[in-house]
Design a binder for this molecule. Structure first.
Ligand code: BEZ
Length: 212
């Protein structure tokens, strides 16, 4: 499989997981999705990552995001490790962890980077839209835990663009001004952005965040 690019359809698959068989597209339904891989079960950084994702479950649910993790370990390993994650991270893992022992999904999503490690998945993240298209890809090294606040921030930005026709500037955070996308004409602005806007340059038009 060639590297997945933004706008590509996220490959569908059926896999065993910690909560039973999962048919990926069917399971996503009309939701947004995050699929993220980690190198191996019973490893320290991964333990903190999965605990963090469990603690953020309400944040993901509020944004209609379903989350699935993946490693190349098996279902029984995942189930045993989840007990440890729940204990050490003081949470309850309530999302599926895909058991990709034959590396089928890892190959579909190009999650094994042989020059880093030819057996284990790197820390890949795919954000997938309700149209099943890939909206974001990030690849982190095994030694660096991901920033899940950043993933929530990207989801918020993607949803603002999808539902409110704004983009988000550098270092944007919830509540900051947004940028009106170039496809919106000046004539459309009053109806779409009743909070008003400022034209700094004809190509740089900012408006208060529409959905707060
Ligand atoms: C970890 O999750 O702690 C980890 C996994 C592989 C290499 C380094 C760290």
């Amino acid at each position: 499989m060639a590297t997945l690019r933004l706008g590509d359809i996220a490959p569908d698959f059926t896999a065993q997981t910690s909560i039973g068989e999962l048919k990926f597209h069917e399971w996503l339904g009309d939701n947004w999705g995050i699929l993220f891989s980690h190198p191996a079960d019973y490893t320290p950084v991964c333990t903190t990552e999965l605990g963090t994702v469990a603690k953020y479950s309400e944040e993901f649910a509020n944004r209609n995001v379903k989350v699935a993790a993946l490693s190349v370990d098996g279902v029984e390993s995942h189930k045993g490790w989840i007990v440890d994650i729940n204990e050490t991270q003081e949470t309850t893992v309530n999302f599926p962890i895909i058991a990709d022992e034959n590396k089928r999904v890892a190959e579909l999503y190009d999650m094994i980077h042989p020059n880093a490690d030819n057996q284990l998945t790197v820390r890949s993240v795919f954000i997938i839209g309700p149209d099943k298209k890939v909206k974001l890809t990030i690849t982190y090294p095994a030694s660096t835990g991901r920033n899940f606040d950043e993933l929530l921030r990207v989801i918020d930005s993607l949803q603002l663009t999808a539902y409110h026709k704004v983009a988000t500037p550098a270092n944007w955070n919830q509540g900051d001004d947004c940028v009106i996308v170039p496809a919106v004409t000046n004539e459309q602005i009053p109806e779409l952005f009743p909070k008003g806007h400022t034209e700094i340059k004809p190509y740089l038009r900012v408006t208060p965040q529409p959905n707060v």
